[in-house]
Write a protein that binds this ligand. Structure first.
Ligand SMILES: Cc1cc2nc3c(=O)[nH]c(=O)nc-3n(C[C@H](O)[C@H](O)[C@H](O)COP(=O)(O)OP(=O)(O)OC[C@H]3O[C@@H](n4cnc5c(N)ncnc54)[C@H](O)[C@@H]3O)c2cc1C
Length: 572
């Protein structure tokens, strides 16, 4: 058995934090088992604003060290995963001049109630925003563009209402459009690093875990295949489900008290060419009429992402939905910024909602609860065990590095390596994207895509999704059926790759978290049929049809309508 002289750590939860921790533990010198009772990145990771940012507004809450850590990670992730994390200029529209200075000062010293009383009707003015951005620049260190004051209404800036917002600043943060793919790549890398070092790394999505009080670990996959194993340590990285896991299948860890008290946040995906054009390639970060932060972000070549709300949430995070009042609130917030291009409910092509895994017991407003993460030890467990509370996409790697250090110290082991300078597997090497597109084109021809079928567009789309993994994703020749997934430029061969190499098990895994078809606007029924056909061939057939239930589920959860473009005689 590879790595039998090494400790084996069980990571429960394959969101961005569990995946980053698994990779870090492998690099540090452990064997790892990662188990998730859903798919990789099926939780909060997929329901975020998708920014890699320092968190400008956390400065007001005195979270200077968190902002500094986040900004260092922002620079690192842009360098190590440039195919997924890209700098994005932000426009910050401002109403007045002095507003918010007294409130910010009160907030920094922890007087939230006074801060709320002192917040004027016009939000933070240019003095408070300028001071915050100067500190943000300082904490960013060198090599990152500084903020600048701009004249609203100038060409090349977002067409925000200049009457309401006569002042503006521009600064740069970063966008991670697909954290789902980032998470999958963390695990691809963990498995590759383990294989190269002769360690073991097992990735087990759709697998239930149960830990008994005698430290026995039972795993059971969706087909009902069970396994009992021995591990040296357990880390509960189930995010917003931390307490539910500790009260249920991880009861054996003997935890006390509540660790997480979440707030839910909703987002809208808007298909509006005028609004997208009005952004002029910038994200807009502004205050809504009630003073809450709101983001209006370009999301690929035609969509716009608007978020978010921040509402205390007690229920099961799987049940959190963007409710009609939240949708109306976000539309109004975007319309207040862009009255000439105000989106309507008809422009909303989907929405989503996630629960922030914030530490329990936070006081004041939801926005004021710390976004810092914590590693909490469970001293009464029969084996070394911890839970991770909180965290952001941005700090997944630094969280993993500090947690791995603490876990190895508790196991009496030396840390052998870390991920500080390790690119993700999809990061393009020398030659960049152009060389990758050329290499992918060759594989596509072998997979049966002809020049007249849109070979170039297929190569570009494959590289956009898989980065440097694109040539591998199309290798292996044709799959049964059409060479391109119907109504897309995505080659059908990538479905086979995701099943064989990226642990995709179901149609939903493929559509929502591997191929990112969920964000196709419009998304066609024949595309889903095409994905399902390759999936069925990979499995050898014999499973129930998943297309119909997925169509229903996409509408129920995300308000996403799949266009039925099948021939009339094939419609169900
Ligand atoms: C509205 C919103 C906006 C956000 N925006 C940003 C942003 O722009 N930038 C940023 O940096 N951060 C942002 N965040 C924070 C960030 O998204 C989360 O902190 C992060 O995704 C948490 O990742 P995780 O891996 O800890 O949890 P999750 O992604 O939720 O993963 C937990 C996993 O555990 C699994 N699981 C649950 N129970 C069990 C069980 N019993 N057994 C096995 N597996 C289990 C789940 O299936 C899930 O896959 C945002 C969060 C929200 C809600």
């Amino acid at each position: 058995m590879p790595g039998s002289d090494r400790p084996t750590v069980l990571v429960v939860g394959a969101g961005i934090n569990g995946a980053a921790l698994a990779r870090e533990l492998v690099l540090a010198g452990c064997n790892v088992v990662v188990a998730d009772d859903h798919d990789i990145a099926a939780g909060t990771t997929a329901w975020s604003t998708r920014l890699i940012h320092g968190g400008l507004r956390y400065l007001e809450y005195g979270e200077v060290s968190l902002v500094r850590e986040s900004l260092a990670e922002r620079a690192r992730l842009v360098r190590l995963a440039p195919h997924l994390v890209a700098p994005l200029p932000f426009y910050l529209p401002v109403q007045g001049r002095w507003g918010g200075v007294a409130a910010a000062a009160a907030r920094i010293v922890g007087w939230e109630r006074l801060a709320r009383r002192w917040s004027g009707p016009h939000g933070r003015g240019s003095i408070a925003v300028g001071l915050g951005l100067s500190l943000y620049d300082l904490l960013s260190g060198g090599g990152w563009p500084r903020h600048r004051r701009v004249r609203p209404g100038t060409a090349g800036l977002p067409a925000v209402d200049t009457t309401r917002f006569p002042r503006g600043q521009v600064y740069v943060d970063a966008q991670l459009r697909f954290p789902e793919r980032f998470t999958v790549e963390l695990l691809v890398d963990a498995a590759a690093a383990a294989a190269a070092a002769g360690r073991s790394c097992r990735i087990l999505p759709h697998t239930a875990v149960r830990i008994g009080s005698d430290a026995t670990v039972d795993l059971e996959d969706r087909a009902g295949h069970g396994e009992r194993m021995a591990v040296d340590a357990v880390v509960n990285v189930t995010g917003a489900w931390v307490d539910a896991a500790l009260a249920g299948p991880l009861r054996g860890l003997e935890a006390d008290g509540r660790l997480v008290g979440g707030t839910k946040g909703s987002h809208l995906v808007i298909d509006s060419a005028p609004l997208h054009a009005a952004l002029a390639g910038h994200g807009v970060y502004a205050e809504a009429a009630d003073g809450r932060p709101v983001f209006v972000l370009p999301f690929g070549p035609r969509l716009v992402l608007v978020g978010t709300t921040d509402i205390p949430w007690q229920g099961d995070p799987w049940e959190a939905r963007a409710e009609p009042p939240e949708i109306a609130y976000l539309l109004a917030a975007a319309g207040r910024l862009f009255p000439d291009h105000a989106p309507t409910a008809d422009d909303v092509v989907q929405h989503y909602c996630g629960v922030r895994p914030l530490p329990a017991g936070g006081r004041g407003t939801p926005a004021g609860i710390t976004r810092r993460h914590m590693l909490v030890r469970h001293p009464r467990a029969a084996l070394p065990a911890w839970s991770i509370v909180g965290g952001k996409l941005t700090t997944c790697r630094s969280l993993a590095e500090s947690a791995a250090r603490e876990i190895l110290a508790a196991l009496g082991r030396k840390v052998e390596g870390n991920s500080r300078d390790r690119p993700l597997p999809g990061a393009p090497a020398a030659g960049g994207t152009a060389a990758l597109v050329a290499a992918t084109r060759a594989g596509l021809i072998a997979a049966g895509v002809a020049a007249g079928d849109g070979l170039e567009a297929a190569a570009e789309r494959t590289v956009a999704v898989f980065g440097a993994l694109a040539p591998a994703a199309v290798a292996g020749g044709p799959v049964p059926g059409p060479a391109l997934l119907p109504a897309t430029h995505l080659p059908a061969a990538v479905v086979r790759y995701c099943v064989r190499r990226e642990w995709a098990r179901s149609l939903a895994d493929l559509v929502e978290r591997r191929l990112m078809l969920l964000f196709d606007s419009p998304l066609h029924r024949t595309t889903l049929d095409g994905v399902a056909a390759v999936l069925a061939a990979e499995r050898g057939g014999g499973e129930a049809d998943e297309v119909g239930p997925l169509v229903v589920d996409l509408e129920r959860r995300y308000g996403k309508r799949v266009i039925d473009d099948r021939q009339p005689d094939r419609r169900g």
